[in-house]
Write a protein that binds this ligand. Sequence first.
Ligand code: 8X3
Length: 249
Amino acid sequence: MRTPSADRRPTAVVSGASSGIGAATARVLADAGFHVVLGARRVERCAAIAAEIGGTALALDVTDQASVDAFAAAVPAVSVLVNNAGGAKGLGTVADANLDDWRWMWETNVLGTVRMTKALLPALVDSGDGLVVTVTSIAALETYDRGSGYTSAKHAQAVAHRTLRGELLGQPVRFTEVCPGMVETEFSLVRFDGDADAADAVYAGLTPLTAMDIAEVIGFAATRPSHVNLDQIVVKPRDQASAMRAYRR
Ligand code: 8X3
């Protein structure tokens, strides 16, 4: 395993890199010439990907300040941060809100993004050409019935990210928000607590996006000239018009 300091490639950090959009993004950024540091709780999965792409795997729990501090200390130089860790748990009305699920969603999506960005921002600015990509969702743009725990967390995560765009204006760091619609990953399996039938039903009868579809968009954003800031990119399957409206064959 390489250490970041022994490598001349610019470093890209990807959180939630053990699977799905994070893993695909790690592959795309490595292809684009970055030394990718993959962070996730399931570090053994990150290690397998890192071995394939000449990257580095580090344990990371974005809900744990000590874990984020240790991660940041191990990555002294960084040009790109992809805030990808997050997800949804449950589908319930506000009246029946499961506060443990809400807490998990706010901890991972919102505070996780703030913790990671805060920890790495000095190094991103020091790089002279930093980029923060935050993977939010169309749930950061819309609300939907039974989705308020997730939509509120995604809105809050997006607000933190968009605020940084203004607060860092004039500094050598760009901020790109990517808002995916339906992407077939472990997302729905996590939302439905491992219920594969419920997860499969989300994508039944339509062609969802793949993790690689989103990763390629992130790779595009990360390879623009440094004066070009792609502020916000919304990506949905052709079969999806909104969070509540999809065409199924
Ligand atoms: C999830 C987007 O469309 O699957 O972030 O609800 S959608």
